[in-house]
Design a protein around this ligand. Sequence first.
Ligand SMILES: Nc1ncnc2c1ncn2[C@@H]1O[C@H](COP(=O)(O)OP(=O)(O)O)[C@@H](O)[C@H]1O
Ligand SMILES: [Mg+2]
Length: 361
Amino acid sequence: MHLIWLELRNYRNYGHLDLEPGPRLNLFLGANGQGKTNLLESVAMLALSSSPRARRDAELVGPLAPEARIAAVVESGSRRAEIRISIVIDGERARRRIEVDGRPRRAVDLPGLFRVALFWPDDLNLVKSGPEHRRRLLNQMLVQVEAGYARALARYARVLEQRNSLLKQVWSGDQPPSALEVWDLELAKLGGEIAGARGRAVAALREGAAAAHGVISGGEVLELEYQGPPADLLSAVENSRREDLRRGSTSVGPHRDDILMRLGGRDARGFASQGQQRTAVVSVKLAEAELVASMTGERPVLLLDDVLSELDGDRRRALLESLGEPGQVVITSVEAEPFPAAVIGSSVVRCIEAGRVQACG
Ligand SMILES: Nc1ncnc2c1ncn2[C@@H]1O[C@H](COP(=O)(O)OP(=O)(O)O)[C@@H](O)[C@H]1O
Ligand SMILES: [Mg+2]
């Protein structure tokens, strides 16, 4: 999987960028606030169809016009495709349009054409913050490798919303309880699909993440465990109806999933240091890249935003060595200093300043 060419127009702080990344290691250096994360975000959008960090699409649109554009040529196997995403501000709303090779494509149908494994500082929430961050990790990976996952996820969200609003209507007597039956069934069916995919993904990630973490940390033991809904989801949904009616929301299903992360046998949430958290998250991401490669036969593009900070010298070295595999990698950093000369020598190095990418010097 390769990003051959990237064009940004009025995207965040990029007025006009044309970029041809190198086929292997690409290093982008820049001070804070210059556009390093924005650049990786735009590449991630080509894989995920939406921004992994923006709350609203309108945030992505720069000051020059009411429209932002990302265009790219990507290569998968020997096949090239041109992806175009445009975000147009239209009154209060922003409309997103996606085209592949000149033909319109729905957002749920884009993932899978181009794949990335993304690490960025927001991901540090993976260890310490709420379960939604860990669910997002699984979703970002699974939409790219499992046909139908993005669609199941979107349908599940709609079913959940319908069931929740119906719960309130049944509670207030506006609808009979039997109206819930069809939604219970749908919830259990889609929820079962999602949970199945997630359970398999965590089982497959576990070994790779433990191996990467062991190498980078010099021997710490990382364990992952999927905490999904009950196997008989339909019975669980039916049994929780009374409670759900009282709460006005659905209490069982994959929207409550979590991944338990243990470090040295203890829940990592409570005691892992910043550096240990970073190591754990990076390890999960490296395992994700490996897993996607083994599932699809092709390495995803690895996007690592500011990955080296907070790691000690040994961990930095071990991490950079574990990137030695073939594949396209994009790394950002405030400074070149943490990178060994050999890494700099084998990378395409560019500097980012105020939304412009240029040779460093
Ligand atoms: N829609 C937007 N229009 C213009 N500038 C934006 C927009 N969104 C973010 N920015 C600017 O982008 C910069 C942050 O870029 P970022 O990629 O996060 O920096 P860093 O290099 O530290 O990773 C900030 O200066 C911010 O004001
Ligand atoms: Mg940044």
